[in-house]
Design a protein around this ligand. Structure first.
Ligand SMILES: NC(=O)c1ccc[n+]([C@@H]2O[C@H](COP(=O)([O-])OP(=O)(O)OC[C@H]3O[C@@H](n4cnc5c(N)ncnc54)[C@H](OP(=O)(O)O)[C@@H]3O)[C@@H](O)[C@H]2O)c1
Length: 247
């Protein structure tokens, strides 16, 4: 399938995987809708996309707010008339050991990583059901497969995303032709670890830095691969690890 002219919403487009994906998909001819909270970062990205001959719309918002999603969908339909794909990518990972009881951080992860994905799906589904086509790509993680120290809550949120994706696929793909994919990367070099406040975890991560991480562009390629399959082929999961990452 050609993605030229397809309208694709990317959440968490202001950095990392979302930013790289927006660049990749617009280079391949998609019309990208960029959303996140940091407006300046989105504006820089839009400028870059337009400089390369692409088309981008910015709608700032918080994925935890249903009203922001309603606005996102409204503005996308006003500008581009339809929605072909949603990439539910916004997420955060303030890892900590459970005994530290950083309950505010637990709640934030549940709100953004799980509820944010649910809000996104709810907002785009009426259009995709009407079209009887679409792609929903949820960014889960290798953390959905395996617990790692400090990741009890994060791993739980990413497992939820993986299982929700499978439920969505079973309910929507055969009936409405909406393909659903869970992307599960191992360690990718992005800003994701910036939200960690637990000093023990920060120490642990220093050791990890010796490994060669995946780049955000590697995940953008996996997302592109998923989108260019013929409508009859649903890529259920893409589990992608850095060569040097053991667990
Ligand atoms: N990096 C990895 O090793 C790795 C591995 C597996 C899976 N992942 C997943 O990949 C996704 C992207 O992460 P990344 O690695 O690219 O990290 P990142 O560079 O920190 O990107 C996270 C994005 O999420 C957005 N975001 C956070 N909270 C938000 C909210 N409440 N509303 C709207 N947007 C919000 C951020 O934008 P604003 O701050 O501007 O709102 C940012 O654009 C996440 O779901 C992450 O869990 C990452």
């Amino acid at each position: 399938m050609d993605i030229k002219g397809k309208v694709i919403i990317i959440t968490g487009a202001s950095s990392g995987i979302g930013e790289a994906t927006a660049l990749k998909l617009s280079n391949e001819g998609a019309k990208v809708v960029l959303t996140a909270r940091r407006k300046e970062k989105l504006e820089e990205l839009k400028k870059k996309i337009e400089g390369q001959g692409g088309e981008a719309l910015i709608v700032t918002g918080d994925v935890t707010k249903k009203s922001d999603y309603e606005e996102l969908v409204k503005k996308t339909l006003e500008e581009f008339k339809t929605i072909d794909a949603l990439i539910n990518n916004a997420g955060l990972m303030p890892l900590s050991f459970v005994e530290k009881l950083k309950t505010d951080e637990w709640e934030k992860m549940v709100d953004v990583n799980i509820k944010g994905v649910l809000n996104g799906v709810a907002a785009v589904l009426p259009t995709m059901i009407k079209n009887k086509s679409g792609n929903i790509i949820n960014i889960s993680s290798s953390a959905a497969h395996k617990y790692f120290p400090g990741g009890a809550v994060y791993c739980a949120t990413k497992s939820a995303v993986k299982m929700f994706s499978e439920g969505l696929r079973q309910e929507l793909a055969p009936k409405y032709g909406i393909n659903v994919t869970s992307i599960e990367p191992g360690a990718v070099s992005t800003e994701l670890t910036n939200t960690i406040t637990d000093e023990d975890i920060k120490e642990m991560f220093k050791d990890m830095q010796k490994m060669t991480f995946l780049e955000a562009e590697d995940i953008a390629e996996a997302i592109y691969y998923t989108l260019v399959q013929p409508a009859r082929a649903n890529i259920n999961d893409v589990f992608i690890m850095p060569t040097q990452q053991q667990q």
